[in-house]
Design a protein around this ligand. Structure first.
Ligand code: MG
Ligand code: MG
Length: 250
């Protein structure tokens, strides 16, 4: 069931989204070679808690940290660790959620650690540009499949591949609500967007093949061919005037 939010609920969701986006900005400013992914997680947690919110991911289905931190060939759901240190040339995907006043925000970005390869830059640009294109398309009457197909085409046209096993989703009082928002699919299919819908669009794009595997920890998702992967996500609200990005920092 797709939950339609009132304008008052959307204001609360903007508050959650603002803290979510701010936590990602704090992460961006802190990232440097030599830092452990656990140190980065602590910075994100401190930001969220000091703004009066709770980290949405901490304890979610038993997840042990506040952020998912996924380096290089890790696609999503990387578990922050004291032993995993960021190195010059890495790319690191940081996925954050903040919960306040009964609502969640959900957003992710992939960051460069120092100077990175041209391939990594192209992958990150394609992934982020496809997210922004999808947000531009999203308005009342447009179907989920229109968004899915646009993201798929944009990335595949650039020689990259789309992860199929994980998808975007509705967001609200629950972190994951209906509808599913795949990053691949057919235009003209799926539910139509309506004012008051809130969805997270989150392309996960691989430089190599689209295959992924889950490690024995039950969380970490890696590319099977060890190629780089990027992940960008925003939570957006559909209004009569188009999409509003709830997780855009000020
Ligand atoms: Mg997320
Ligand atoms: Mg999400």
């Amino acid at each position: 069931m797709i939950v339609i939010k009132t304008s008052n609920e959307l204001l609360k969701m903007r508050k959650a989204g603002l803290i979510t986006g701010g936590a990602l900005m704090a992460a961006k400013q802190a990232i440097r070679p030599g830092m452990s992914t656990l140190e980065l997680d602590k910075i994100i947690k401190n930001y969220i808690v000091s703004h009066g919110a709770k980290p949405s991911f901490l304890g979610y289905n038993g997840f042990p940290a506040s952020a998912c931190i996924s380096v290089n060939d890790t696609v999503i759901h990387g578990i922050p660790s004291a032993s995993e240190k960021l190195k010059e040339g890495d790319i690191v995907s940081v996925d954050v959620g903040a919960y306040i006043d009964g609502y969640h925000g959900d957003s992710a970005k992939t960051f460069a650690v120092g100077e990175i390869s041209d391939e990594a830059k192209r992958l990150m640009a394609s992934t982020e540009e496809s997210l922004m294109l999808a947000i531009e398309i999203a308005k009342p009457g447009v179907r989920i499949g229109d968004i899915s197909a646009a993201i798929q085409k944009y990335n595949e046209d650039r020689g990259f591949s789309v992860v199929r096993e994980f998808v975007g989703h509705g967001v609200g009082a629950k972190l994951h609500e209906d509808p599913e928002v795949p990053n691949f699919g057919r235009a003209g299919h799926g539910p139509r967007l309506m004012p008051g819908m809130v969805i997270a669009i989150e392309p996960m794009i691989n430089a190599g093949g689209r295959g992924v595997k889950i490690l024995n920890d039950g969380w970490t998702v890696k590319t099977t061919d060890k190629s780089l992967s990027a992940h960008f996500e925003h939570t957006i609200a559909i209004t009569s005037g188009g999409a509003v990005i709830l997780t855009q920092p000020e």
